[in-house]
Write a protein of this length. Sequence first.
Length: 402
Amino acid sequence: MNNNPQNDSIMSLADRYMFQTYGRFPVALVRGEGCRVWDDKGKAYLDFVGGIAVCALGHSSPLVSRVLEEQSKILVHVSNLYYTRPQTELAQLLVENSFADRVFFCNSGAEANEAAIKVARRYSNEKFGPGRHVIVSMYNSFHGRTMATLSATGQSKIQVGYDPLLQGFKFVSFNDVKGLDQAMDDSVCAVILEPIQGEGGVVCPDPGYLKEVRDLCNRHNALLIFDEVQVGMGRTGRLFAHEHYGVTPDIMTLAKALGNGLPIGAMLSTEELGSVFGPGSHATTFGGTPLVTAVSKAVVEKLLEKGWMEEAGRVGEYFKGKLEGLARRYPFIKDVRGLGLILGMELDRPGTPVVEACLKEGFLVNCAHETVLRFIPPLIIQKGEIDLLVEALDTIFQKVGD
Ligand SMILES: *Cc1c(COP(=O)(O)O)cnc(C)c1O
């Protein structure tokens, strides 16, 4: 045991007892409210990471606290051997507000994508017979860290050392219609992609691209899977990002903001695919517990309140305009992109020094794909809070600048 009180801090204990899977910043956060969090020394930070696009309603949301407390006194968990009301009502809410007819609940984005991969393969097996198991994915994508989802992820850096990976994935470049056309053959059962690539550095689809993907899937009897784990749940100003592009998938996966911080994932599909998962074909102990789904239902209802998501979208446009203003003044900013409140600022150099400077100034900001500053704040972020970040970035960029 370590009895030295100086070494007894949260950080040193974590360094000593936990797998060092995360390159953490040297900050221990102890409390949050709205778009602010505080560390163990009492320093406040404005949060533009939002738990990585999770805390849509902000920290310590009174709504989430109330439902969590109430449901915790009614029923927390029983198992999916029995019907429960919150789970059923959340499924109905998601179906009534999406293209989908059926929902499967799980606990994370990776699990939602696992379920999607399993549905796609099983459907193809049942309908077309064996041998049609290939799923086409995109380079620069991110679908999770389980063996199947990291095999589906088009980034070799997260696959290193885990061979053999799951077979049956083929990769093409995002926004490359021709490349996808060439990849589509008789072995392909599905195409999986993020409507906007998140971890890949906030990469948006070119105009018309998603429609072309849909057409190619139709022509080859392949299913289209949209991974909306990061961009879904109101972040773009609509409930689901694909609604902006007039393209409907066969399967959609959700997680991150679905529970505002409680662990929940969901895989949604059309009626035809719904029959692929019968009793015993797929399951998870914790998927859709009354506690988590009661909170999620309250979160989704909040997002659906008239004008709520649209306002988040407008605030996102304001934010983007401010970032573009910075880009006009600092030549090392190569690009500003994104939709609603998922925004990326690509630099011509690593973003980590900027992220560290922001942290010092009291702002949580994140870097995706090495050179892209990514802004994915709670959807309740205010223009005044955005102004504070933009001022801080301006000061930081003056020091960074050539
Ligand atoms: C975060 C993320 C995942 C993985 O979700 P986990 O809950 O971490 O398993 C999958 N797809 C996308 C697009 C994500 O952003």
